[in-house]
Write a protein that binds this ligand. Sequence first.
Ligand SMILES: Nc1ncnc2c1ncn2[C@@H]1O[C@H](COP(=O)(O)OP(=O)(O)OP(=O)(O)O)[C@@H](O)[C@H]1O
Ligand SMILES: [Mg+2]
Length: 449
Amino acid sequence: MRTDEGPRPRGVLVVDDDPPAARYLEVALTEAGFEVRAVAGGLEALLAIERSPPALVITDLQMPGMSGLELLTLVRQRWPEMAVIVVSAASEVATIVEAIRLGAVNYLVKPVPPARIHAAAAQAMAGLRRQNAPAQDVSIAEIIGQTPAMVQVRHAIALAARSDANVVVTGETGTGKELVARAIRRLWFAGAPRPFVAHNCALTPADLFDSEFFGHRRGSFTGADRDRSGLLREADGGILFLDELECLSPHNQAKMLRVLDDGEVRPVGSEQVHSVSVRFIAATNRDPRAMLAARELREDLYFRLRGFQIELPPLAKRREDIPLIATHYLAPSRKRLTPEALVALTAHPWPGNVRELRSVVEVAAATSTVDLIDEGDLGLTSTGRRSTPAAPAPPERALSLQKSERQTILAALAAHGGNRVRAAEALGIHRSTLRRKLREIGMDDDKPD
Ligand SMILES: Nc1ncnc2c1ncn2[C@@H]1O[C@H](COP(=O)(O)OP(=O)(O)OP(=O)(O)O)[C@@H](O)[C@H]1O
Ligand SMILES: [Mg+2]
């Protein structure tokens, strides 16, 4: 869950397979007042993040099993709001550029003096606060696009904000679904602060649903060491943003439907019933009609959620907007694009949509040493693919079977927050098979599933 306070402000996760190196960073950061946990590998890091997300991950580069760059890629994909710093003994420029391109906020070369570690961590945290701040307050004008579809989107936001009806926002990844939810919030609240609670349904294991949404009484189950009010009561009087709605199991969809009907919440282990008034904005990158047809989404829930439906077109279907968006995200750097660079951006397929475009432009602005950014500075190849893909998708070059299998496994683990049972299900293999394969690629941490 993410309320507007964002992740724990001073939580740092250190990832290093070398115990003395991990301990060194842990001590240096703890002394500077950070809350630090350390783990010895990428897979353990994914599990630790899933359990309790830190604000910052500091990872070594060369590790057996999952490399630091692979971990960086997976974290950026799954938890884009988290900052990652890469630490390594290697100081080659190519690796630094690669880490920055993949989204690292900083790169430190070992041995790192404690003062340098403190400064880098503090700077990363300050950057996070800046990055989180505007997200709370998106004006409709910040949703850029002059194509008819985007003008229509802004119109729909204004209409939705004038009512109290629930909203379903659809669109591929990176098309701006959360941006739309936040713009509705800003107009709807009209100055009066009301809660906005964002929750990603992919991150709640199905069996923790009750406690997460309805809250629990202290002692109602093992691990419930204090009372918890739950998402629905936290969002009372405001908005509950349900991201990745497609990940809500049918069983839990039925429970959600009941809340939509009667507005009643009973925490786990409690007799007391609370009435809540919550406006729901649900987002999904799947087509709701396909989910209805496949019986993955309950029709009754969908119709209760869909007071308004706002559909965000993929960027490739509104290419005229690309120069506007690129220029917008380039503006803070005061750099400019050559006409060739603009043409290349406009022709690119953009599977990651606006998020990917934004990242390409911002990385080019940060890494180019001149004020005029040319096509070659963008990291786009002539085939239309980025030379360093943001996701571990199989590159065109011939990969050994083993390597592509390993990438598929890593991607599945990342997509399910490191949860091996769900990753195995997604891969269509038994979890003991996944376990064996993880062992083969040196990534089994010997924990039970
Ligand atoms: N129309 C737009 N104008 C300007 N920036 C945009 C626009 N659409 C998206 N962005 C930017 O792209 C990034 C991704 O947007 P957002 O997080 O809202 O996407 P999303 O649809 O929720 O993606 P996902 O399905 O992966 O969660 C953000 O940095 C956002 O500011
Ligand atoms: Mg989103």
